[in-house]
Ligand binder design. Structure first.
Ligand code: NAD
Length: 423
């Protein structure tokens, strides 16, 4: 076979390549289960779909969409849907693989999946966005379902898009299948606490990380890249705990205020216009974001943002990976050498999928919990998982990332081994 033609081969500097090198680092800690590790290096299934829609001006546009089920050994697929002009199959493969690791790291009964459409939703009208979403849902309807694979929001997707997905799937199967997606609006089977869950998980794991390195959150300086669902909520919770958000970057640019940005005004503005419209701050060059003095750095935008060169420059003592795959492996090594604690994506941002799991359970039982119950259970699951990972890191003297992979891969590959190979 010509290996160069295989879709599992990573291209240079890709998220999939980052993921594969993270798996390679865990192999020495897997013992006899290492025999099964190849199963993690290739997705179980990848569906590529054409999404044609009629635009408001009468023309026909085609978009490319993907749904990848990376591993289903421990349960149905779970993972978000991303709408972004840079989405590729390879990126979705990496994101689906990180979901496999994440759901196992927090011990949820799911596998890993992810989806996306190569589209800039900001260029579409609401009607066009709805048509893209519905056609895509119909196309991937071949492989999603409440017991097989359950999508959720990711970059540029939200509760409204989940409502259209749920409705489209339901129309196609006949009935109302609320459990087919999570992150839905509350009155359509959504869960209290879901919107803020990922940011809350970043905060909970970050607070524990700060405690362990003796960093007082009161007065701690924070820089946040990506001020959407994840970044802005993590920033708000850290500010409530006494931290100062000194810099924020989104797709419109970067703002800085050494006295702390006023989040009550910045957060609503960031949702409508972006952070650069904010008055009470200095607008700085995007690259200068990485030089803003900070104690805590939160990459919460896209993959590959923390490069080796930026890792060498940051003054942060703690990096909280709100985004998936924000740190490239060479940067990881530099941060470890410099004694910077990295709480890795696969545990740091697992709060979202944890409350998605609660939403799915509530949909099946048609009995809904109050927000306190959600948050108490979320905090408990996150803290138990993190403490277990920390013990593994201490035992083997490895980074939290490799320890998270060790804990997760053991669970996934044990399930793989117990199920055996079919036929
Ligand atoms: P979002 O669409 O709500 O926000 C994304 C943010 O990133 C926006 O502020 C946007 O302006 C900014 N951004 C986009 N391109 C940028 C660029 N080139 N430079 C700087 N900023 C840029 O998305 P989200 O749900 O907050 O997701 C952010 C990250 O968190 C992604 O990596 C996603 O996979 C991850 N994540 C999300 C969830 C969730 O529940 N939403 C769960 C786990 C992980």
């Amino acid at each position: 076979m010509n290996e160069a033609l295989s879709f599992v081969q990573p291209t240079a500097n890709s998220a999939w390549g980052t993921y594969l090198s993270q798996v390679d680092r865990v192999v020495p800690y897997l013992g006899p289960l290492a025999r099964w590790v190849e199963t993690l290096k290739r997705p179980k299934r990848a569906l590529i779909v054409d999404v044609p829609i009629e635009m408001d001006n009468g023309s026909i546009a085609h978009f490319e969409g993907y749904r990848v089920q990376h591993n289903l050994s421990r349960g149905p697929g779970k993972g978000g849907i991303r709408f972004h002009p840079d989405v590729t199959l390879e990126e979705v493969m990496a994101l689906s693989a990180w979901m496999t690791i994440k759901t196992a790291a927090v011990n949820l009964p799911f596998g890993g999946a992810k989806g996306g459409i190569r589209v800039d939703p900001k260029q579409l009208s609401m009607k066009e966005l709805e048509r893209v979403t519905r056609r895509f849902t119909s196309e991937i309807g071949l492989i999603i379902g409440p017991h097989t694979d359950i999508p959720a929001p990711d970059v540029n997707t939200n509760g409204q898009i989940m409502a259209w997905m749920m409705d489209t799937y339901s129309m196609n199967v006949g009935g109302t299948a609320t459990g087919v997606v999570t992150g839905k609006p509350l009155h359509l089977g959504g869960s209290l606490g879901r919107v803020k869950a990922t940011g809350r998980g970043v905060f909970v794991t970050g607070r524990e990380g700060a405690r362990r390195i003796g960093l007082d959150l009161r007065g701690a300086r924070v820089a946040v890249q990506g001020f959407g669902n994840v970044g802005s909520v993590a920033a708000e919770l850290l500010a409530e705990a006494g931290a100062k958000i000194g810099a924020s970057q989104d797709h419109t640019g970067t703002v800085r205020n050494d006295k702390g940005l006023d989040l009550e005004k910045l957060v609503p503005l960031s949702r409508s216009e972006g952070v650069v419209g904010f008055k009470d701050c200095e607008v700085i060059d995007n690259e200068a974001f990485w030089d803003v003095p900070c104690d805590i750095l939160i990459p919460a935008a896209l993959e590959g943002q923390v490069t080796a060169e930026r890792a060498a420059r940051t003054t942060a003592r703690l990096v909280l990976e709100g985004a998936n795959g924000p740190t490239v492996p060479s940067a990881d090594d530099i941060l470890a050498e410099r004694g910077v604690l990295v709480v890795p994506d696969v545990i740091c941002n697992a709060g979202g999928v944890t409350v998605s799991y609660f939403e799915w359970v509530q949909d099946f039982s048609s009995f809904f919990w109050d927000e306190d119950e959600i948050n108490v259970r979320l905090d408990r699951i996150m803290m138990n998982a993190l403490n277990n990972i920390w013990d593994t890191a201490d035992k083997h003297k490895i980074t939290l990332r490799t320890a998270t992979y060790a804990v997760a891969c053991e669970r996934i590959l044990t399930a793989r081994q117990e199920r055996g190979l079919y036929p």
